[in-house]
Write a protein that binds this ligand. Structure first.
Ligand SMILES: *Cc1c(COP(=O)(O)O)cnc(C)c1O
Length: 389
C-alpha cells in the first residue's frame, strides 16, 4: 500500500478528509447489509441526519452520490411537464437546469451574476407573476463560486405560491446552518463526503408532507431505484430486517455512523463555528499577501473560499506547486472561471487551525519562489480570534 499517503492534505470542497476513527470504521469486515446490528447502525445514521437537517421529516439514506438524491427528488416529485423554476448562479445550479429538463419538467431558468447570491426578492416577484410553478429548485451553497445562497425567504415564497422547494444542500449541511423544518424546505439533499467529513457513497434526502402529497399525485413512473415511493414501501414492509430496497455498502455505512457520532459529540454549532473560523482565517491570511477574494464578505460561503488568481503567479502554477511540493490539493475554477480563481475548501481536517497554518505557509513559499517579496509568516498575522471556538 505504498501510495496510501497519510500526509495528503485535502483543501478541496469535497471530498473531505476523514479522521482515523472514520477510516478504521470503513475497514469493518463485510457483513450482511440487513439484520439487527446493521439496521441499528443505519437507523442511528438517520437519527443523526435528522438532527443535522433540523427536521422531523422522513429521511432516507440512498446509496450513491449527492446527485442521485437530487435526481430522486426530481423524478419522484415532478411528473412530465411539471413547471420547475430553477435558480442558478453557477455550475451546480446549471446542472439542476439540465437535470430538470432531463426529468421532463417544463423548466424555466433564472440566472444570477457569478459571485453573487440568488436574489430572493426577484424570485418572489417572479412567483407572484405566475403562472404557477410546481417547484422552485436551487443550490444552497454554490460550490463552484463559493457563494452561500438564501434558503428561508425563497422556501417561504415558494410555499406561499403553492410550489415545492427542492434544495441541493450537498456542500452546506454540516458546515453551515440548514433548518429544514423552520425554513420549510420540502426536499433537501446532501451527501456524506463534504462537510459531514465521511467517505463518498451515501446520500441523504428529507421529504416533507407536502412533498409526499406531490409524490403521491405523480402518476408518471420513470424507473424504480430513485422513486421515493419504493423507499417508503421498504421501510414500511421490512422495517426491522431490511428497511431499504437494495444492498448498502456496509463499510461506508459504518464509517458514516462513526463520522456522524463525532459530529454529534463535537456539537453541530461548534462544527459550524469552526468552519466559519477557518474560512475567515484563510480570507484574512491570503489578503495579507496580496490576494483578492472573488466573493464579497457579505455572502461569501464559510465552506469554500474563492480567490482571484495572484497578480504575480498564475493559479495553475500555484496549485501545481502546492500539490507537487506539499501534497496539498486545492481546486481551480470550473468552466468560465478556469484560471481566474482557485478555491479552498473548509471541511474535514482542513478546518483545523494547524492545517490552515500549513496551507498559508505553503502558499507564501510558492509566491516567494515566483518572485513575490513576502516576509515569512506575513499571512498568519492576526488570523485567529482571541477566544478559541
Ligand atoms: C459536490 C456537489 C455536488 C455533486 O455531488 P456528487 O456527490 O458528486 O453527486 C452537487 N452539488 C453541490 C453544490 C456540490 O458541491
Amino acid at each position: 500500500m505504498s501510495d496510501r499517503r497519510q500526509d495528503l492534505h485535502l483543501f478541496i470542497p469535497g471530498p473531505a478528509s476523514v479522521t482515523p476513527e472514520v477510516l478504521e470504521a470503513m475497514a469493518h469486515p463485510i457483513t450482511p447489509h440487513y439484520g439487527d446490528d446493521f439496521v441499528a447502525a443505519y437507523n442511528r445514521c438517520i437519527d443523526c441526519m435528522q438532527q443535522i437537517f433540523m427536521t422531523e421529516n422522513d429521511l432516507f439514506l440512498l446509496v450513491g452520490p449527492g446527485t442521485a438524491a437530487a435526481d430522486a427528488a426530481l423524478t419522484s416529485a415532478l411528473p412530465d411537464g411539471a413547471r420547475a423554476l430553477v435558480l442558478t448562479n453557477g455550475f451546480f445550479g446549471d446542472r439542476f437546469v439540465e437535470m430538470c429538463q432531463m426529468n421532463r419538467a417544463e423548466t424555466e431558468k433564472m440566472e444570477f451574476a457569478p459571485g453573487e447570491p440568488i436574489d430572493a426578492d426577484r424570485v418572489a416577484d417572479r412567483l407572484a407573476q405566475g403562472p404557477a410553478f410546481d417547484a422552485v429548485v436551487w443550490v444552497h451553497h454554490e460550490t463552484s463560486m463559493g457563494v452561500l445562497n438564501p434558503v428561508e425567504p425563497i422556501a417561504k415564497a415558494a410555499r406561499k405560491h403553492g410550489a415545492l422547494s427542492i434544495v441541493d444542500a450537498v456542500s452546506s449541511i454540516g458546515g453551515t446552518e440548514m433548518r429544514v423544518d423552520d425554513w420549510g424546505v420540502d426536499l433537501c439533499v446532501t451527501v456524506g463526503n463534504k462537510c459531514l467529513a465521511t467517505p463518498p457513497g451515501i446520500a441523504a434526502i428529507s421529504v416533507s408532507d407536502a412533498a409526499w402529497d406531490a409524490i403521491d399525485r405523480n402518476d408518471n413512473t420513470r424507473g424504480w431505484y430513485l422513486d421515493l415511493r419504493v423507499w417508503r414501501k421498504y421501510r414500511q414492509d421490512w422495517p426491522i430486517w431490511h428497511p431499504y430496497p437494495t444492498t448498502v455498502p456496509t463499510g461506508v455505512l459504518y464509517a458514516l455512523r462513526a463520522g456522524l457520532e463525532q459530529l454529534m459529540a463535537d456539537g453541530l454549532e461548534q462544527r459550524i463555528a469552526r468552519t466559519a473560523e477557518a474560512a475567515q482565517a484563510v480570507r484574512h491570511g491570503l489578503r495579507q499577501v496580496g490576494f483578492e477574494m472573488f466573493v464579497d464578505d457579505a455572502w461569501a460561503s464559510p465552506i469554500t473560499t474563492a480567490v482571484k488568481a495572484h497578480p504575480m503567479v498564475p493559479a495553475d502554477v500555484l496549485l501545481g506547486y502546492l500539490l507537487k511540493t506539499h501534497n496539498m490539493h486545492l481546486s481551480g475554477g470550473i468552466g468560465p472561471m478556469h484560471g481566474k480563481i482557485f478555491r479552498v475548501g473548509h471541511m474535514g481536517q482542513a478546518i483545523e487551525r494547524d492545517e490552515v497554518e500549513l496551507l498559508l505557509h505553503a502558499i507564501e513559499e510558492g509566491l516567494r519562489l515566483h518572485g513575490a517579496e513576502i516576509p515569512v509568516g506575513a499571512s498568519l498575522e492576526g488570523i485567529w480570534p482571541e477566544v478559541a471556538v
